[in-house]
Design a protein around this ligand. Structure first.
Ligand code: SAM
Length: 453
């Protein structure tokens, strides 16, 4: 329920700017932050010591203390240390804080940074979830966004206990989402829930060395090692066994440039002897006791065609391609005329004639003139029988002021982040032998006899 030291939290600056930070209370690693680290943002400075222990979702005001200079002194020492470290280990992943500060004040001068530190805004502190990790993670590749992975995990039947193969892991966006899906979610000490716990597993593969290393570090930092097993591997060449053992997967997600090259490694039974030379005993990476659900994620239709062809030859069924198109509807009131709305492509919620005419008059300035005209005979005459006459307008003003706030309009927001790709789904049925059939028949016969009895 609260942010704790040495664990990941997400500092939410605004909708499109979130900073992932591992909170450090004390100078545990001797890097000069004796009072805990400080995150300097365009909304002010936030010492970690003021964040630790806060309930998730808290709004946090920037520190009034000049933490900036304290932070900067710390950073000076830290930079020196980091320089020394990087000379010894050039590929070491940067600290999250560094990324965060660069993100928040990327090109600021020293004076601007001081001004930022002096200003006091606020942020929110959020718990790490796959959703806010996806929107704040350090991008190393294109990532799978929340609208896609929600649908994919649903179609893969991912649930607590599921064993899922994922390749390539890339920036780890899908990895985190699938880790949550297969984990039971109950803490160890919740009484009976412990008995119910089913620990699934994500078997993740990535052939790019630095990406593999960085993701491994993140998985450790986020405490997910028991759920996610990452292997540095070209899956198209070497398949999905890990140290000769089968992941026994029931779900597979392939986000690879050529998924059709990985498919021949996802078999239930051995390929022909000619192909294997009969040398290695065959072990399937797939679980034998359930159908396997697969999804491949490809940006081009040509990739889809090749994937589907290979799937057909390898016995996958129920093959289907889906393209997701997420739209967010923005709904609000606008003080505009009907025609203006139509011209701007807005789709209006139909208003009554009375409201529409009154609004038009208002927009065009005739509303004021109408009031000024008072009880002029020609005005009264003209408006007799008109639903928009003075009395009716006043009545509607008194009773239903809402139109004064504008007409209800909606439009779709084009800028929803999602990496548009084609999703190919398929199922590899459970293997069914003559013995399985005999056992099934036996069970049926028992059932039928029981029914008859
Ligand atoms: N799904 C990831 C995410 O949500 O962050 C992004 C995956 S990224 C688009 C594709 C990744 O596949 C790259 O990191 C690439 O290095 C990796 N890759 C490509 N071919 C591979 C192969 N044959 N074996 C393992 N990984 C591979």
């Amino acid at each position: 329920p609260v942010a704790t030291a040495n664990s990941l939290s997400i500092l939410h600056l605004k909708r499109d700017l979130q900073i992932p930070t591992i909170l450090k209370a004390r100078d545990e690693d001797g890097d000069g932050y004796s009072e805990g680290k400080v995150v300097n943002t365009r909304f002010g400075s936030f010492p970690h010591s003021t964040l630790i222990g806060l309930p998730w979702g808290s709004q946090v005001r920037a520190s009034k203390v000049d933490t900036g200079s304290r932070g900067r002194r710390g950073q000076g020492k830290d930079k020196k240390r980091k320089r020394e470290e990087s000379e010894n280990a050039p590929n070491k992943a940067p600290k999250l804080e560094e990324d965060a500060e660069d993100l928040s004040t990327p090109n600021a001068t020293k004076e601007e940074k001081e001004a930022v530190v002096a200003s006091s805004g606020f942020i929110h502190i959020l718990p790490p979830t796959p959703e806010n990790w996806t929107s704040s993670l350090p991008h190393r590749t294109q990532v799978v966004y929340t609208p896609d992975y929600s649908y994919i995990l649903h179609r893969l039947r991912a649930r607590p206990g599921t064993r899922i193969i994922e390749a390539g892991a890339g920036s780890g966006s899908f990895t985190h989402a699938s880790a949550r899906a297969v984990y039971s979610g109950y803490p160890e000490d919740v009484g009976d829930a412990k008995k119910e716990r089913k620990l699934g597993k994500v078997w993740s593969f990535e052939f790019h060395e630095q990406r593999h290393e960085k993701l491994q570090k993140e998985i450790q930092d986020h405490g997910l090692e028991s759920i996610v097993q990452i292997t540095h591997r070209d899956v198209c060449e070497e398949g999905f066994l890990v140290n000769g053992e089968s992941p026994n997967a029931e779900a597979v997600f392939l986000d690879l440039p050529a998924p059709w090259l990985a498919l021949p490694h996802l078999l239930r039974s051995p390929p022909s002897k000619a192909e294997t030379n009969g040398s290695q005993p065959f072990i399937s990476p797939l679980g034998p006791a359930a159908p396997v659900h697969i999804c491949t994620f490809s940006p081009c239709i040509e990739q889809v065609q090749r994937t589907v062809s290979v799937m057909r030859t390898l016995g996958w069924v129920d093959i289907e391609m889906v393209e997701l198109s997420q739209k967010r509807f923005e709904i609000r009131r606008e003080r505009i005329g009907i025609d203006n709305g139509a011209q701007r492509g807005l789709q209006s919620v139909p208003a009554s004639v009375e409201e529409s005419v009154a609004r038009l008059k208002e927009v065009e300035g005739t509303f004021k003139a109408f009031h000024e005209s008072g009880d002029r005979p020609e005005a009264s005459k003209k408006d007799r029988g008109n639903p928009n006459n003075r009395d009716k307008i006043i009545e509607s003003l008194v009773e239903r002021k809402v139109y004064k706030e504008g007409k209800l309009v909606h439009r779709t927001e084009p800028e929803v982040k999602t990496h548009t790709s084609y999703l190919v789904f398929a199922v590899l049925p459970q293997e069914w032998t003559v013995e399985d059939e005999a056992r099934a028949r036996e069970k049926w016969e028992v059932l039928i006899r029981t029914e008859e009895d």
